[in-house]
Design a protein around this ligand. Structure first.
Ligand code: OSB
Ligand code: MG
Length: 368
């Protein structure tokens, strides 16, 4: 098996609503899609890098550079029986979002070559997955309460509220008083530090949160362990887990009790499976995070979330929660808090080529 053609595209897609996290906000997404062709099949993936280096050092532009200068030219030189064994430029350090883009397209391609769903190829076990929604920082407590109420009514099983210093304890108290039993959690995206913010974080123990996600530095595990030993709320790691090595260290140190797995962040699906397995063995639940993806990235996330260790609802919401119109058919739409898993070959959704081609603002093609 040899990849005959690789096509990398960028297309702008406007989120319906401005999405603010502690490090900044986004409305205009720059979606990067990769298509790999071999044996009459097409593997698809989406690069999760953001427009600005606020979540990770990688951005749309660094990923584009690493993909076009290094990964895709090297990929076209490789050959193997199973698409998943093709690892271009294994010497290349870091840049996991760029690397994951290639790896995830190869998984989709291999699933399509075998005419099985991506979920089945990954070892998934269920036909639908429980899902939640992530709410950006809102200007007022009223605006937040309105959104929480709306999403609970739609059936989401986990309501994630973005927090930052100054929009945290009082805001969470207000939302908890209005929704006493709702499955609520908070995500700080690394906005706090120890020891200065300890009291503020410990105060959140009063609100019965499902978890607090990534309260401390994006590359820290040690202070997270100290924090977890002193608060009751489970700490969930996001930014700090970039590899199997990171999760082994986190498990050893007790840096939390839960991991948010985003395949793009950890270099792909193989690495996600290893992190899943390590957490499962240690008794830590995992769930699948999101990066405001289009339906292409979402399809990969849904497939990954069918693995048995994904016991908590993922940040996998309806296409219509993000976009006026998604770029895949059918669009993702959950019912009763459960997202159906596409059962067609590979990612199981069809890219809308006419729309994708019309929106594309840059494209590079590689041919063997
Ligand atoms: O920290 O999980 C995060 C979006 C962009 C960057 C970081 C995060 C998020 C989300 C959105 O929470 C989840 C989604 O895609 O719905
Ligand atoms: Mg997060």
């Amino acid at each position: 098996m040899k990849i005959r053609r690789a096509v990398l595209r960028e297309l702008p897609l406007q989120l319906k609503e401005f999405f603010e996290i502690s490090s900044g906000g986004t409305q205009a997404r720059r979606i990067v899609l990769l298509t790999l062709e071999a044996d009459g099949c097409e593997g698809w993936s989406e690069c999760v890098a953001a427009e600005t280096p606020g979540y990770s050092y990688e951005t749309t532009d660094t990923a584009w550079h690493i993909l076009t200068r290094w990964l895709l030219p090297a990929l076209l030189e490789l050959e193997g029986d199973d698409a998943r064994t093709l690892v271009p430029a294994p010497w290349l350090r870091g840049h996991r979002m760029a690397r994951a883009t290639v790896e995830m397209a190869l998984w989709d391609l291999e699933a399509k070559r075998r005419t099985v769903s991506l979920s089945e190829l990954l070892g998934g076990e269920v036909a639908s997955v429980p899902v939640g929604v992530s709410i950006g920082i809102q200007k007022t407590d009223e605006a937040l309460a309105q959104k929480v109420g709306q999403y609970l009514a739609e059936g989401y099983r986990k309501i994630k509220i973005k927090i930052k210093p100054g929009r945290d304890v009082d805001m969470l108290r207000s939302v908890r008083s209005r929704f006493p039993d709702a499955p609520i959690m908070a995500d700080a995206n690394s906005a706090y530090a120890l020891p200065s913010d300890f009291d503020r974080l410990a105060a959140m123990d009063d609100f019965g949160l499902m978890m607090i996600e990534q309260p401390l530095a994006h590359d820290d595990l040690l202070d997270h362990a100290t924090l977890q030993s002193r608060i009751d709320t489970p700490v969930c790691l996001d930014e700090s887990i970039r590899s199997q090595g990171d999760v082994r260290l986190a498990l050893h140190l007790g840096s939390g009790r839960i991991v948010n797995i985003k395949p793009g962040r950890v270099g792909g699906l193989r690495s996600s499976l290893a992190i899943h397995d390590a957490c499962r063995e240690a008794g830590w639940p995992v769930w699948c995070g999101g990066m405001l993806e289009s339906g292409i990235g979402r399809a990969h996330n849904v497939a990954l979330a069918t693995l048995p260790g994904f016991t908590l609802p993922g940040d996998i919401s309806n296409s219509s929660r993000y976009w006026a119109e998604d770029i895949v058919l059918p669009e993702f739409e959950m019912a009763g808090g459960l997202m159906p898993v596409p059962d067609g070959p590979g990612i199981g959704v069809t890219p809308c080529m006419e729309r994708i081609e019309r929106l594309t603002t840059r494209m590079e093609v590689f041919e063997a």
